[in-house]
Design a protein around this ligand. Sequence first.
Ligand code: THU
Length: 130
Amino acid sequence: MTLELLLEAAKEAREKAYAPYSNFKVGASVETKSGKMFTGCNIENSSYSLTCCAERVAIFKALSSGERDFRTLVVVGDVKGPISPCGACRQVMSEFFDDDVKIYLANLQGDITETTISELLPRSFSLDEQ
Ligand code: THU
């Protein structure tokens, strides 16, 4: 699966964001090692803290479809530089992503940066390591 395809899907998902409170739309797509793609958008709530980010929606859709092994995550928002995932999403990624998962952070202008979960969340919490 090409990065272009995943980015286009993330942008398309972004259009479906439910973000009436922040007006900040985010889209995400994940590619699994089995070759499937799942997309997500942020979904806000009147009770603000119930909001779920686009990254987690995409990852949870994959997980709830039985997928556990990820190859790529793409996140896109209308930001100046590449978007930066929140701490909660980084912790969720760290549960399922090894460092071979390519994470692409993008904006609508075509800026894109490649990173890894250990770069985004060094020394993440893991019960195995307590
Ligand atoms: N948001 C995401 O969906 N992903 C991110 O990486 C950053 C933040 C959402 C949550 C909320 O709906 C809105 O963006 C503003 O924080």
